[in-house]
Design a protein around this ligand. Structure first.
Ligand code: BGC
Length: 753
């Protein structure tokens, strides 16, 4: 690994100096150490066995405290957008009555709000529900960069842009922890593909890691004060994340000053000594590495007991920072509560993205009396499934329910499924019902198609629900492509031919290939997997009660092959190898022994994923390489237009502030997300065309003007210098670009740093 100890020490000294120099002398991480005196006394009383008992799973979702000394177990729950139902062995639901939770919009939907306030509220509401369930740690937020359009967890992750992901991660973290439940940032780091996630060796240079992939983690640790971090399944530059000393010890603890605990992804621990020295605190799940083997390593002198003590100390810091919920208080009321449902609703209202509204089909005209809703995605619920992040929701308003409720008695709403939908459970197609498909590639069914066309012909307008589902986009595998499944392209064409008054709503977590659908859809809405109130919020947007205000957190490429990892030939690489988690827990369920599982895992292939595009991820690639896209990063229309006034720019100390007037030119209240990008002029270092540095969501009444100020620290413009192995701020001219999307810049101004 390329890094010098001197630079690591230097960065650590700088970080300490900054913390000491600022008005609040104690950083969020340092606050975790306030109980160290007491903790050290506890450690001094513990036997080696007691210490090691804390370093591995007790159950699927807990690790041991110190019962003899009255220290409670640590209780974990998935995350990130719903407190997971109570599970027993093999993740089998226990069938509790009070564990139905709020289903919040998934990661990409939350990110589409571009709202720090919503991210905070989301974290806070999760933290509240976590406590109702007696949990100490939420396994989330999931903040990896969306590198691949096909990524199975794009829906869980936030953005292709590190600044957007960082800002939201910080707020989510603060919200959850202020509500009393620790976050566990996942999956640290560079877990950007599900293909071979349990064994893939990700090769990325230090600059790419620092500027893109590590940024959200760094911000959530340093600014948000995250108390727990989950090393990911994959390897980074040759070492499994759970034993990657560079990531865990040098960067996370050394440079960022992390004082909390780390817990491996489930089944992601691979050794005793490697993980012990490589920065892992808790093996999840099992104790084959951090059980007797760890005790033996200490007893035979291979491992200093101080290493074990350090892990116990980090766990106890979290234990003391998070007050345990008494057993007789936890689980006494329903997990989902009205005040947290309200948060899910507000996020959903702000996440919906109007991609296109060419002939003004939206909002739905007052004279529409008969609406044909076509496509199974109008009725399929999206809370459950997708493996770890599935939610047992208290309720879920489907798009069709939302539309019907809003339409009332005045408007007739008919529904046809349009297509069969791919259904999979644990990696294999489940038993198929009449409306289930065996594959996403199944062509349109002639009977369902004919029914849909007939319904479309007889309606004033059609709302077509396309997109994917949670069997297609899921943890554990990446999509083969981003094609619209289930013959949707043929269906939309046939519908358009009989009724061109069509609005297409895409229900998916990630991007889809819209080249075929576009000409047959005068209006397109990205509706996401939008939480339990998703259908309500969608209907409000469609009927024009509120203006759409979401913005894309990732690019919709024209075609998959244009995207950086494909264009550079670095993905998909070797697709062989089964998924670690699915494998482990399915083998459990099917009766294999632990030994057989471990042997299988030890012999997994070692595929490589080289991030050849470097820092040119997402829009950074498309813009710099001048590759046209379908919908750009940050894109999202409204029912009103906004006018951006001229920019004025001030540089004060370490901060650049840019102010301008923003006017709502329309006749209804609406939110705009103003985006600020920076372009380096004459830089000697390779740079993307421009990079997001700041953004804000502003609410404007009809005709209202507000003065908006967007700010960012000058230090954000530093790049990772591979010669000195440290951050460097290159002086020179910069252009500041402000607008409504990355491809809709309204005003620019130049300045010098
Ligand atoms: C996932 C994690 C999740 C864990 C526990 C793993 O398969 O990668 O995100 O928190 O399972 O459910």
């Amino acid at each position: 690994m390329k890094h010098s100890l001197t630079s690591t020490i230097l960065s650590a000294i700088m970080a300490t100096a900054i913390a000491v120099g600022c008005s609040n002398p104690m950083s969020p991480q340092d606050r975790l150490t306030v109980n160290d005196g007491k903790i050290n006394e506890i450690i001094a009383q513990m036997t080696l066995e007691e210490k090691v008992e804390m370093l591995h799973s007790k159950t699927n979702m807990s690790s041991e405290g110190v019962p003899r000394l009255g220290i409670q177990d640590i209780k974990y729950t998935d995350g990130p957008f719903g407190i997971r139902e109570e599970n027993g062995d093999g993740f089998r639901p226990l069938g509790w009555k009070l564990d139905s939770a709020t289903y919040f919009p998934t990661g990409s939907a939350l990110a589409a709000t571009w709202s720090k306030e919503m991210a905070y509220k989301n974290g806070w509401a999760m933290g509240k529900e976590g406590r109702l369930r007696g949990k100490d740690i939420i396994l989330g937020p999931a903040i990896n960069i969306q590198r691949l359009p096909v990524g199975g967890r794009t829906y869980e992750y936030l953005s292709e842009d590190p600044v957007l992901a960082a800002r939201l991660s910080v707020e989510y973290t603060k919200g959850s922890q202020e509500a009393g439940t620790a976050v566990c940032l996942k999956h640290y780091a560079l877990n950007n593909q599900e293909t071979n996630r349990g064994s893939v060796n990700v090769i990325a240079d230090e600059r790419t890691m620092r500027e893109i992939y590590l940024k959200p983690f760094e911000a959530a640790v340093k600014e948000g004060g995250a108390m727990c971090v989950m090393p990911a399944y994959n390897k980074v530059n040759g070492y499994y994340c759970s034993e990657n000393a560079h990531l865990n010890n040098e960067i996370l603890r050394g440079e960022w000053g992390f004082k909390g605990m780390t817990v491996s992804d489930w089944g992601g621990t691979h050794s005793t000594m490697g993980a012990a020295l490589g920065g892992l605190c808790v093996q999840m799940t099992g104790d084959n590495y951090f059980g007797q083997a760890l005790i033996d390593s200490v007893r035979n002198g291979a491992l200093d007991e101080a290493v074990v003590d350090a892990k116990v100390r980090e766990i106890l810091r979290l234990r003391f920072a998070i007050e345990p919920v008494p057993e007789d208080v936890a689980n006494t009321v329903m997990t989902s509560q009205p005040e947290t449902q309200q948060v899910a609703y507000e996020i959903a209202q702000k996440s919906i993205v109007l991609l296109k509204n060419e002939t003004g089909n939206l909002p739905i005209a007052k004279d529409v009396k008969k609406i044909a809703v076509i496509g199974q995605n109008a009725v399929l619920t999206t809370a459950a499934g997708g493996i770890g992040a599935g939610v047992k929701t208290l309720y879920e308003v489907s798009p069709l329910e939302g539309i019907r409720k809003r339409a009332g008695d005045e408007i007739e709403v008919t529904y046809a499924p349009g297509y069969r939908s791919y259904k999979m459970s644990w990696g294999t197609p489940g038993p198929l019902g009449p409306l289930d498909a065996a594959s996403p590639d199944d062509p349109a069914d002639p009977e369902l198609l004919a029914e849909a066309v007939e319904m479309a012909r007889n309606a004033d307008m059609v709302i077509f629900f396309g997109g994917t589902n949670k069997s297609i986009e899921t943890e554990g595998s990446d999509r083969k492509n981003i094609d619209l499944p289930h013959g949707q392209n043929d269906i939309i064409k046939a519908i358009y031919e009989v009724n061109p008054n069509v609005v297409t709503v895409l229900i998916s977590g990630g991007p889809t290939d819209l080249r075929f659908l576009e000409p047959y859809s005068p209006a397109i809405v990205q509706g996401w997997w939008n939480g339990m109130e998703g259908g309500t919020a969608l209907a409000e947007v469609l009927f024009g009660d509120i203006a759409p205000s979401g913005k894309l957190p990732f690019t919709f490429p024209l075609k998959l092959e244009d995207s950086p990892a494909y264009a550079t030939g670095s993905f998909p690489g070797n697709r062989s190898g089964e998924d670690l988690f699915t494998l482990m827990y399915r083998l459990d369920a099917t009766g294999y022994t632990r030994e057989q599982i471990q042997e299988y895992i030890a012999n997994l292939p070692d595929p490589v994923s080289e991030y050849k595009e470097g820092i040119l991820v997402g829009y950074r690639w498309f813009e710099t390489k001048e590759v046209p896209v379908m919908y750009a990063f940050g894109h999202g229309l409204s029912y009103v237009d906004f006018e951006y006034g001229a920019l004025s720019c001030r540089q004060k100390k370490d901060k650049i502030s840019v102010s301008f007037d923003l006017k709502n030119l329309g006749e209804m209240e609406a939110d705009e997300v103003a985006q600020l990008y920076v372009r380096r002029i004459d830089s000697k270092v390779e740079r993307p065309l421009k990079e997001l540095e700041a953004f804000d969501r502003i609410t404007l009444k009809a005709g209202e003007t507000k003065t908006v100020t967007l700010e960012f620290p000058v230090s954000e413009l530093a790049h990772w210098d591979t010669d000195t192995n440290g951050w460097a701020l290159e002086p020179g001219k910069i252009e500041i670009l402000v607008g409504s999307a990355s491809d809709d810049i309204r005003q620019t101004i130049q300045t010098e740093i």
